[in-house]
Design a protein. Sequence first.
Length: 290
Amino acid sequence: MPTYSALTTLPGEDAAEALGDALERMEPTPEGVGVFEIEDGSGLWEVGAYFLEAPNGAVLELLAVAFGAKSFVVSEVPEIDWVAHVRRELAPVEAGRFFVFGSHDADKVPADKVALQIEATVAFGTGHHGTTLGCLRAFDRLFGDGFRPARVADIGCGTAVLAMAAAAVLPEALVIASDIDEVAVDVARANVAINGLEGRVECLEAPGFGHARLAEAAPFDLVFANILKGPLIELAPDVAAHLAPGGLAILSGLLVVQAESVTAAYVAAGHELAGREDIGEWSTLVVRRN
């Protein structure tokens, strides 16, 4: 059965959210509606909807005009097994001592690497994206310099690849992985089990640090936060509140052009910049709590 996407852009979060609400009330009813900020500094938001039957073009045009959006672009979405497709396309990733691979590449794992098996799923973090790769590289460098955190939190963990990297080389450390998305937490638990790290990584559903277990385990010596610019900036005071003095946070999910504003937010919250790496258009920051 074909499915259809309808996408548009417009300025302003309030207008975008209102358009998203209006889309949910149209007929035929969309299967899903998404509203996302375009992280390029333009101030534009993308609004999209997915339908199981062709949407009414006239209604979409009226909604676009009413909310000051561009005309919707409607496309038929091909039926593709994206997980199988991604598995075929993704090669193993090396990040210092870490080797991230899918089960289809199990025969390629070098004997001298810390192997982390991550399957292509709906959760973010296979190691191929510049943000996850940057976080792994940053942690690898810190570990190589003798950094041995006793308490680690991976906030917005996705597949939990960062939490598992820490647990794999820090056998005595307390490691907690949390995500706001229930599906991501299920994926994280599955990956922890696949990698033989059950009992070593705790997986929690939580918005940011909003869980009693995270409060109980604080202060952390290391925090991973590989999310997006907006949530990273909002999280800065909480990171400071949950980091031990001198503790480090590895931050990513931000574009190179956003690195300075995120850095400024963390400096204002009581951190200092301890490192930065740009991979393509993506940036990874290491900050230290003063």
